[in-house]
Design a binder for this molecule. Structure first.
Ligand code: 5GP
Ligand code: MG
Length: 205
């Protein structure tokens, strides 16, 4: 797996300190400060988009000191070996949330903002539930016009418009466990369909 990495874009220390910083900003915005008395009086519902945001969610939520619940939502836009978006399919319905979000503070969390289609679609669904407050938070935003024009409230990192994996982000379901944000060698993506039955990609040319 490690031999497939081309370049490390963001290392684990950079991720850890930035996630903590963004969590502090979110806490301040929801609670009006991080004084324990203020924090005690506030609550948030986190809506992470599966599966790419799970590691980000796990780190971010441990830096949010207020009461919280999690409501998962599953969206597919990069099925299988695609490295470009194939359109948004929401697989789990927000109906399963019942009236839970009415009047609530809701934080929508995704791994990466690319075209903005995913966040747009999920945000529209959330708004139908009449929450009191909705904000969107992404770990990564690609430096491409559609992403930069999309209104998002919290961004941890802006990155070049390359396909990245690691820290929850996958290629064909793999590489989510890499602790850093990396690019893959072009040969890995090109040779993926000829990988051996063990699941390993074919040898890079
Ligand atoms: P959007 O709907 O903004 O085009 O794309 C957002 C979704 O596409 C993300 O939740 C993520 O699943 C996927 N995605 C976009 N860019 C990348 C990328 O560079 N790497 C990976 N692994 N997934 C990406
Ligand atoms: Mg995703």
């Amino acid at each position: 797996m490690l031999r497939d990495i081309d370049r490390v874009l963001i290392d684990r220390q950079q991720i850890a300190s930035r996630v903590q910083e963004v969590a502090r900003t979110i806490t301040h915005e929801i609670c009006g400060g991080d004084d324990p008395a203020l924090v005690e009086d506030h609550e948030v519902t986190l809506v992470p988009i599966l599966t790419g945001s799970v590691i980000f969610l796990a780190d971010l939520m441990r830096h949010l000191p207020l009461r919280m619940r999690i409501r998962l939502i599953s969206v597919s836009s990069y099925p299988g070996t695609s490295t470009t978006s194939k359109g948004v399919t929401i697989q789990s319905s927000l109906d399963s949330l019942g009236q839970d979000l009415q009047g609530q503070h809701v934080l929508l969390i995704d791994d990466i903002l690319d075209s903005g289609r995913t966040l747009h679609a999920v945000r529209e669904l959330l708004l139908q539930r009449n929450p009191a407050w909705v904000r969107t938070c992404v770990l990564l935003r690609k430096l491409r016009p559609e992403a930069m024009a999309f209104p998002v409230d919290y961004v941890c990192f802006d990155i070049p418009d390359d396909f990245v994996v690691g820290y929850g982000l996958d290629f064909d379901g793999y590489y989510r466990n890499l602790p850093e944000i990396v690019t893959l060698k072009p040969q890995v993506i090109e040779n993926w369909s000829t990988r051996t039955p063990t699941g390993k990609p074919g040898s890079p040319a």
